[in-house]
Design a binder for this molecule. Structure first.
Ligand code: TYD
Length: 134
């Protein structure tokens, strides 16, 4: 099983301002089908709280900070994202939620699939059952 992993992104330092990027296949392990972003999150709110049967994602804190809490059905692991040159790769079949958003944080998420509600597992007990079967 491939585990969620933090990936260091290139950082081009420049006194005019820094630049980072990711591209397939050098930093990103999949080709992008969809990009979305989460912003204006009120203090204390939690996003996500679901898993995907097939899609994988890559998450970057473009601005501010937030935590991505990952569950594999047995154990939980917390990744604190607070640098725009780090990305978190989440393979399919991991429960994940985003929380502890700082003021003005911006979460950029790219996925290898277009939006498909049938790919979501929104019930944690069902997720644990399915993860156990794997
Ligand atoms: P959802 O994935 O549940 O948000 P989060 O994981 O951040 O809590 O999506 C919220 C709503 O937005 C839901 O009605 C579906 C819609 N949506 C799209 O139409 N396209 C997308 O790419 C995404 C991610 C969500």
């Amino acid at each position: 099983m491939i585990n969620p992993k933090l990936i260091d992104l290139p950082k081009i330092l420049d006194k005019r301002g820094n630049l980072s990027f990711f591209e397939y296949p050098n930093q990103l392990p999949f080709e992008i089908e969809r990009t979305y972003w989460i912003y204006d999150v009120p203090g204390g709110e939690v996003r996500g709280s679901h898993a995907f049967k097939e899609q994988q994602e890559f998450i970057v804190a473009l601005s501010g900070s937030f935590d991505v809490v990952i569950h594999d059905g047995k154990e939980e692991k917390r990744f604190s994202l607070n640098r725009s040159y780090h990305g978190l790769h989440i393979p399919k079949m991991f429960w994940r939620k985003l929380e502890n958003f700082s003021t003005n944080s911006l979460a950029l998420i790219v996925s290898d699939k277009t939006y498909d509600e049938t790919d979501y597992i929104r019930d944690f007990e069902e997720f644990k059952r399915l993860a156990d079967e794997k």
